[in-house]
Design a protein around this ligand. Structure first.
Ligand code: NAD
Length: 486
């Protein structure tokens, strides 16, 4: 491994700009949000949720046991006919109210998201929270126009949805799941990830404040066992899962033979393709955003960087120089670019794949930066001399690590980009519009960005090909999984 100092000789630094957590009103302990209220677990436990930047507990949270999940599903079933019987206009008023309340509590939600998950507050403030509100606004607009979203056909809700989300965008993924389900007249039992339950529980407070009828949404934190038990509950009609491909397969097997509809948003190893005619400085910004945004804990991260051979040295040089300016550290500092790794377990996963990359002969460069003594951190890293068969070119690292491959022709770029079991997203950097369209239409990826990356919008459908899953979230396409269309 070679670790290099990359800062230029001009030394200047930012003054710390910490976002204060003083305005945050967290309870010491949260119950399960079931049937409209926070309740003690029947057979679950209580566990502390840790701040990954300090390893200190932020609050204590109830984890659901089997009886708790049963109670939540029963309350969703009771609430569903009444919720579906409301006019679309009435349901949309609730969704608007939720969106407005998210906006009102935006600062608090952003700080808690960063404390619980480790992401820079700049991102939770500017991306996660505004986009979560935007999803509720968007689907509020759809609630009274559902049949227009499905080609003018009659549409009815599916029923009770079990929704399971991961830890990388806790509030945003909850919004992606809840907003379309509720707009379509379904009720939901939402299970947040074990390491990041807090913003979902603040959202539960918002649902109470919005006077959402009891049982329309229950929020039941818990571990993988709780997720596995939830999808096996007999009285559910739909499962919407976002998480790893391994767990997605397990869920698919568990639902085989049952009349439960399923959407899976799974992992990725997305190709970010830079052609020689691209605006290279702009492309470098997109590469950085593509892989270091949210510490690389992004399903659609541009983790395979494909650069045309003629500009590879230039792009790698510019990238390395730009990486040297990334600020790694306190997630609550507004200057921070790369925050903490979400958990010790995830850090170990990243370390193990990075070691595999070195052992297989790729060349690793990690930026030199001072990492805090406590907490879980990983310095932004680039691998060159990567072969397509290396594990770091094939497996999802889910950390701030980019693997560089090169190509000579457009055909080779397409072939290499598609040489993956995944197919979630891709990026194309080129000056030529026709080339971008031609390449995009040949890529097996659910989302293709041109001259940008990690750009999200509630009106745009998001989802995968191949082992990245099936079903779409966002836009009109995101209504379809929550409706029975006749
Ligand atoms: P994970 O699959 O381990 O966990 C995701 C959720 O599933 C958590 O809430 C977890 O408690 C629960 N879970 C764990 N085992 C379960 C089981 N057997 N049955 C039911 N639920 C279970 O994934 P993770 O490590 O939390 O998240 C990272 C993964 O999520 C990555 O692979 C990433 O690519 C993927 N992801 C995909 C998208 C997308 O939209 N495609 C978005 C974000 C994350």
């Amino acid at each position: 491994m070679s670790t290099q100092e990359t800062r230029t000789s001009i030394v200047w630094d930012y003054a710390p700009a910490p976002e204060s957590p003083d305005h945050v009103r967290l309870r010491d302990s949260y119950g399960l949000f079931v049937d409209g209220d926070f309740r003690d677990p029947l057979d679950g436990t209580r566990v502390p949720t840790l701040n990954p930047a300090t390893e200190e507990p932020v609050a204590e949270v109830a984890f659901a046991g089997p009886a708790d999940l049963r109670r939540a599903v029963e309350s969703a079933r009771r609430a569903q006919p009444g919720w579906a019987a409301l006019s679309g206009l009435e349901r949309s008023k609730y969704l608007f109210r939720i969106a407005r309340l998210i906006q009102e509590r935006a600062r608090e939600l952003a700080v808690v998201e960063s404390m619980d998950g480790g992401k820079p507050v700049r991102e939770s403030r500017d991306v996660d929270v505004p986009l979560a509100a935007a999803h509720f606004f968007h689907y509020a607009g759809w609630a009274d126009k559902l049949s227009y979203g499905v080609g003018g056909r009659a549409a009815a809700p599916v029923g009770v949805a079990a929704q399971i989300v991961p830890w990388n965008f806790p509030l945003l993924m909850a919004a992606w799941k809840l907003a379309p389900a509720l707009a379509c007249g379904n009720t939901s039992v939402l299970k947040p990830a074990e390491t990041t339950p807090l913003t979902a529980l603040l959202l539960a407070e918002i649902l109470q404040e919005a006077e959402l009828p009891p049982g329309v949404v229950s929020i039941v934190p818990g571990d993988g066992a709780a997720g596995a038990a939830l999808v096996r509950e007999p009285d559910i009609d739909k499962v919407a899962f976002t998480g790893s491909t391994g767990v997605g397969k397990d869920i698919q097997a568990a639902l085989a033979g049952r009349a439960v509809s399923l959407t899976l948003e799974l992992g990725g190893k997305s190709a970010n393709i830079v052609f020689e005619d691209a605006a290279l400085d702009q492309a470098v910004e997109g590469i950085v955003n593509g892989i270091f945004f949210n510490q690389g804990h992004v399903c659609c991260a541009g983790s395979r960087l494909l650069i045309q051979e003629s500009v590879a040295d230039t792009v790698i040089g510019k990238l390395w120089e730009r990486m040297g300016r990334l600020r790694v550290g306190d997630p609550l500092d507004k200057n921070t670019d790369v925050g903490a790794i979400n958990s010790r377990e995830q850090l170990e996963r990243i370390q193990s794949l990075v070691s595999a990359g070195e052992e297989e002969g790729a060349v690793r460069r990690s930026i030199s930066c001072e990492l805090p003594e406590r907490g879980w951190w990983f310095a932004p890293t680039v691998f060159t001399e990567v072969a397509p068969a290396h594990r770091i070119a094939v497996e999802e690292i889910f950390g701030p690590v980019v693997s560089v491959l090169t190509f000579r022709t457009q055909a080779e770029a397409i072939e290499k980009a598609n040489n993956s079991t995944y197919g979630l997203a891709a990026g194309i950097w080129t000056d030529k519009g026709a080339k971008a369209f031609e390449v995009a239409s040949a890529l097996q990826a659910g989302v293709v960005w041109q001259n940008t990356y990690n750009h999200f919008d509630p009106t745009a459908a998001f989802g995968g090909y191949k082992e990245s899953g099936f079903g779409r979230e966002g836009g009109a396409a995101g209504l379809r999984p929550y409706l029975r269309v006749t």
